[in-house]
Design a protein. Structure first.
Length: 255
């Protein structure tokens, strides 16, 4: 469910970011179509990028001949990684490696996270976002250098501005993101971050998010063990490198 919603959001954003360009007479319709297509391609949707339903367009707009489908993001069951059988674990490990090498993304099922943990996290998050804006802003991010987590209000973040800086694109003014968010970082002092700051309401948020974070952290360790196995390494090889990671959880709400 989360993956499907996220992919749909990415697709919508890709199209929405291009809508204003249609109003500019200096930008051809073909360039807009090509730009949208390449944005969708970069999100790994199963799309055919064609200029006439038979020819594929590359990133420079050149015709490559007959259309080719971009591979679907593979769906991988992790159940085998929890097996005592090394053979079962290896089967999943090789699937993870293939997906990482050929596409770069994969969708997981049978991850072992109890549904109640997901439901409780969703419920407490929804309850927080439903609070008045004045209340939520009391937990707003103040100084990134001191505590880069907390609440960010609707329109207070502009991710496109960072992309424009990266690409050197100064052709348009980046618009604010149509979302609000709340985030937390690691609780391990060795990560280098200060202690977590939690909203006083709902009271269930700290409990549910802490459980969710720890379960996701453990799941990441399991997936890393699969990567290690697929590379012929000891399954615990990567543990030494992620003992005090700086992973964050960000919940996004698009009103």
């Amino acid at each position: 469910m989360f993956f499907i919603v996220w992919l749909l959001v990415l697709c919508w954003v890709s199209l929405a970011e291009q809508s204003d360009q249609l109003k500019k007479p200096t930008v051809s319709i073909l360039n807009v179509i090509k730009s949208v297509a390449m944005n969708v391609k970069s999100k790994f949707f199963k799309k055919k990028l064609t200029d006439d339903a038979t020819n594929t367009i590359d990133q420079e707009g050149k015709c490559l001949g007959s259309a080719k489908e971009i591979p679907l993001i593979p769906v991988i069951s992790l159940s085998g990684l929890f097996s005592e059988s090394r053979e079962d674990r290896m089967k999943v490990a090789l699937q993870l490696r293939k997906a990482a090498e050929n596409i770069g993304f994969f969708i997981i099922t049978d991850h072992g996270i109890d549904q109640s943990i997901l439901d409780e996290t969703w419920s407490s998050t929804r309850s927080f976002f439903d609070k008045p804006e004045e209340y939520k802003k009391t937990y707003a991010v103040q100084a990134q250098s001191e505590y880069p987590f907390g609440y960010v209000g609707f329109g207070d973040e502009i991710l496109k501005a960072g992309k424009d800086v990266e690409t050197g694109d100064n052709s348009s003014i980046a618009r604010p993101d149509l979302k609000e968010l709340f985030s937390i970082g690691p609780s391990n002092p060795l990560s280098g971050f200060p202690g977590r700051v939690w909203p006083s309401e709902p009271k269930s948020m700290e409990i549910s998010w802490t459980k969710y974070y720890e379960n996701m952290s453990n799941l990441a360790d399991t997936i890393l063990s699969g990567f290690a196995l697929s590379l012929g390494l000891d399954e615990a090889y990567f543990k030494a490198f992620v003992g005090h990671h700086a992973s964050a959880i960000r919940a996004l709400n698009y009103p």
